[in-house]
Design a protein around this ligand. Structure first.
Ligand SMILES: Nc1nc2c(c(=O)[nH]1)N[C@H]1C(S)=C(S)[C@@H](COP(=O)(O)OP(=O)(O)OC[C@H]3O[C@@H](n4cnc5c(=O)[nH]c(N)nc54)[C@H](O)[C@@H]3O)O[C@H]1N2
Ligand SMILES: Nc1nc2c(c(=O)[nH]1)N[C@H]1C(S)=C(S)[C@@H](COP(=O)(O)OP(=O)(O)OC[C@H]3O[C@@H](n4cnc5c(=O)[nH]c(N)nc54)[C@H](O)[C@@H]3O)O[C@H]1N2
Ligand code: SF4
Ligand SMILES: [Mo]
Length: 745
């Protein structure tokens, strides 16, 4: 066969770069950046420089890639597997699910999703049709607090950080000030980083809020090095200065914002002198930051996980949006663009949330406490959104997830009811989710655990069935209305998902369809494969998938600003809400207030006697995506070991030198990492990488590929009492630990 060239979309991480894949007889021979595409050449960094993209050839031929469906042949975790056919796998799994539903009710099935790794609407669709509300994922500590808060306050979230682009008018950036909060784009969001540097060169002011001196902080005009977990106090104090000094956009605030009077009162509690005590940033610097911010409008204020993974994430995110509203930066050129829905049938529409009956929604675990990221929040927010935009925003994984720690407790205790089965899709919870010891016991206790993945991860090693998934190279792609917002992005299937005698993989869609067809959902899975699904989704454009790809596979509508002047905001008041009527309706404080993190030297001085250091985790590693890519040699060689950053003074006290192995211990357990001496943070803080397991170690218990060695989530807490009261997020950026030198040989 002659050489084929396909234009695929890379899904090894979030930006979704377009790649040209050359192949012959089903084998990849070359990959290159699609320079003709706006996604690659202009706003994006050169894809060639991306280590994950360069590792794709190794990924395709790696001997450990899953090839055929596997069924557990020994005890759970014994590492013994038997190859079975797809039909048998579907029959057996669906049969067991049917039995469990009969015995315990549909809510006995949980589904564990990941972070934009696959067609994210497919698993909520399956779960809604099955009748279970118990979809869990990292959502509570990833996008969901921000997206749901933004939607509650503004009726549609401004451009998601993944696809943030700075405005450019005749080569000149119109944005006045960019504030980056707890986000380190050179590691995590390379495309944003390029925009930030371009903007900076053109004179845009840059404020960075981060307790660590990251590369981003080094570029800042003002670096606000706050005490971890005190963002809310900082932003409320900036709001205080902006209001007190009359620096806010009076027209926007008076005509288009709800709750200014109440905000003014609340902000008055955060004079810079008071905030300085909480944040440990000098009052003078807080004033300077507030003035720089408000005098250089419009602003773009973007946050990352440094804010999202806080003890009061939702309050902090609300405070951040308050600043954007005060400067009138919503939906104006150079500000935070509100995109609205894509023109096709969108991914949020595909999840069929309306099929989940109200009584099943109310069984969602955790929503008695954590309402913003769950069905109560979704039901309060969505009608107002649909009234204005005609379509929903967000898929279930982001807007109506169960509370992950509470679901694991239900597995262990049977309270509030038994959760006996789980399907894990595109996620590796034993490495990426908190309090691994508890989760491990919960997963081991299940009656049925199915995993869909590329590899036998530590989580997959505990499964009853492991199903091999077709990767982004082996399936077509259509991004429509979730991560891509108003843009529609298509990618061709570049390589076969099945080569007789070598491997037989299926897409996540085909797998859940295979189960759904055996569980009474036939009417809802009319399309045999993803390409047929995409034909359906693109119908409103008058194109099928092939036609869309022939036209470039990309539609990004021209921007229209100040849409609120015609449409209002999709909120209960029809305005941008400084004080949230939805939070109030859900029984929460409608305005942000600083709350001290539960486990730190101030809130828990007794514990701090034994565990004196603040534990911060998960600052991104450029070459890896979370727990992925550890088995790709060319990538692993660039970052072979797990690292803990320790301040030089602390390291000296502990007798630890750069490169030494050190133990890090919390009340939950202990792990080992290599010390990296780093003076860009408070000496009382250490920072551990996340996502570590060792594919090169044996898979069977007790090894589980080194699950217990260097996995920082052995240390993190998941007690619902310490989670964010509104969004349910668990502490990943705060906690207590002690560090000591490990024996070196
Ligand atoms: N290479 C790579 N890229 C990725 C990923 C990956 O694993 N690898 N993961 C992707 C995903 S799913 C996500 S969610 C993003 C996350 O990426 P980012 O949003 O950049 O988040 P983090 O790297 O977790 O943390 C960012 C910063 O928050 C700071 N921080 C810690 N505590 C606080 C605090 O109390 N307040 C403030 N203001 N800052 C604090 C940390 O010091 C850190 O520098 O990256 C995405 N991109
Ligand atoms: N301590 C600490 N923990 C953290 C964080 C932190 O900052 N600190 N960050 C958190 C955040 S923000 C996030 S988003 C989570 C991420 O948590 P996870 O979503 O669990 O992250 P990954 O390690 O990327 O796991 C994805 C798995 O899916 C597989 N996979 C990739 N693509 C596909 C696909 O198309 N289909 C299927 N079926 N499988 C696929 C991969 O092989 C991998 O095993 O981690 C969280 N965990
Ligand atoms: S792995 Fe690299 S090429 Fe692929 S989407 Fe991410 S940044 Fe783009
Ligand atoms: Mo994330």
């Amino acid at each position: 066969m002659s050489e084929q060239i396909k234009s695929a979309v890379c899904e090894f991480c979030n930006p979704r770069c377009r790649i040209l894949v050359h192949s012959q007889d089903g084998r990849m021979i070359k990959m290159e950046e699609d320079k003709s595409h706006p996604r690659s050449a202009t706003t994006w960094p050169p894809t060639e420089a991306c280590p994950r993209f360069r590792g794709a050839e190794e990924f395709m031929v790696h001997p450990d890639r899953l090839k055929f469906p596997l069924k557990r042949a020994g005890e759970r975790g014994e590492g013994k597997w038997r190859r079975i056919s797809w039909d048998l796998a579907f029959d057996e799994i669906a049969g067991k699910l049917g039995e469990l539903r009969e015995k315990y009710g549909a809510e006995t099935l949980a589904c564990h999703g990941g972070t934009l790794r696959t067609t994210e609407w497919v698993h909520p669709r399956f779960m809604n049709l099955f009748g279970s509300p118990n979809h869990v994922s990292a959502a509570n500590v990833c996008h969901a607090p921000c997206i749901n808060t933004a939607t509650a306050l503004l009726g549609w979230p401004p451009l998601h950080r993944t696809f943030l682009r700075f405005e450019q008018a005749s080569g000149k950036v119109t944005t006045g000030c960019v504030m980056l909060i707890g986000i380190d784009p050179p590691k995590s969001r390379p495309h944003i980083w390029k925009s930030v540097r371009d903007a900076k060169k053109q004179g845009v002011k840059l404020i960075v809020v981060d307790p660590r001196k990251t590369e981003t902080a080094e570029l800042a005009d003002i670096w606000l090095q706050l005490r971890p977990g005190t963002d809310t106090a900082l932003f409320m104090s900036m709001a205080h200065v902006i209001i007190e000094e009359g620096l806010y956009d009076k027209d926007f605030v008076e005509n288009w914002c709800h709750g200014f009077k109440d905000l003014k009162e609340r902000a008055a509690e955060y004079a810079p002198e008071k905030a300085a005590e909480i944040t440990r940033i000098a009052a003078k610097k807080i004033r300077e930051a507030a003035r720089t911010y408000a005098n250089n409008t419009p602003t773009i204020t973007t946050n990352g996980m440094g804010l999202e993974q806080q003890s009061s994430a939702v309050a902090g995110i609300q405070a951040k949006f308050i600043l954007s509203m005060l400067t009138g930066s919503i939906d104006v050129p150079g500000g935070e663009y509100v995109p609205g829905p894509a023109r096709c049938v969108t991914e949020p529409e595909m999840d069929l949330s309306d099929k989940l009956l109200p009584e099943q929604r109310m069984k969602q675990i955790g929503i008695d406490r954590f309402k913003v990221v769950g069905w109560p929040g979704r039901e309060a927010i969505l009608p107002h959104v649909i009234k204005v935009w005609g379509k929903p925003f967000s898929v279930q994984r982001a807007s109506a997830t169960s509370h992950h720690p509470s679901v694991y407790r239900a597995m262990l205790t049977g309270e509030p009811y038994p959760v006996r089965a789980m399907i894990g899709i595109a996620s590796n919870p034993l490495v990426t989710q908190p309090n691994v010891k508890l989760m491990y016991k919960a997963i081991k206790s299940l009656d049925l655990y199915v995993v869909q993945d590329y590899w036998l991860t530590p989580s997959a090693e505990l499964a009853d069935y492991v199903l091999p998934v077709a990767s982004w190279l082996e399936r077509p792609y259509l991004g429509a209305g979730l991560g891509t917002m108003d843009t529609i992005l298509g990618g061709e299937k570049a390589l076969p998902s099945k080569i007789s005698g070598q491997y037989d993989r299926k897409t996540d869609y085909e797998i859940l369809r295979g189960l759904g067809m055996r569980l009474g959902q036939e009417a809802y899975w009319p399309w045999e494969d993803l390409e047929q699904v995409f034909d359906y989704m693109l119908e409103p454009l008058g194109l099928d998938f092939k036609g869309f790809m022939a036209k470039g596979g990309y539609e990004s509508p021209p921007r229209q600003y100040r849409k609120f002047e015609k449409m209002g905001f999709g909120t209960p008041s029809g305005k941008a809400e400084l004080s949230s009527t939805i939070f109030e309706q859900l029984g929460y404080d409608p305005l942000p207030r600083h709350e001290e993190p539960h486990e730190n030297p101030i809130s828990n001085p007794d514990l701090a006697k034994t565990y004196p250091l603040m534990l911060n985790t998960g600052g991104r590693i450029r070459v890896f995506f979370h727990s992925e890519h550890r088995q790709i040699d060319s990538i692993r060689r660039r970052h072979p070991h797990p690292l803990v950053q320790i301040h030089p003074e602390t390291a000296a006290e502990l007798g630890i030198e750069d490169g030494d192995w050190a133990w890090i211990e919390s009340p939950r357990g202990r792990i080992r990492m290599k010390a990296k001496i780093f003076d860009g943070m408070d000496p009382g803080m250490v920072h551990c990488e996340h996502g570590w397991w060792f594919p090169e170690l044996p898979g069977e218990e007790p090894w589980l590929h080194g699950l217990w060695e260097s996995n920082v989530n052995v240390l993190t807490d998941d007690n619902p009492d310490v989670c964010d009261r509104m969004g349910g997020g668990w502490p990943l950026k705060w906690g207590l630990c002690k560090v000591y030198k490990a024996k070196q040989y």
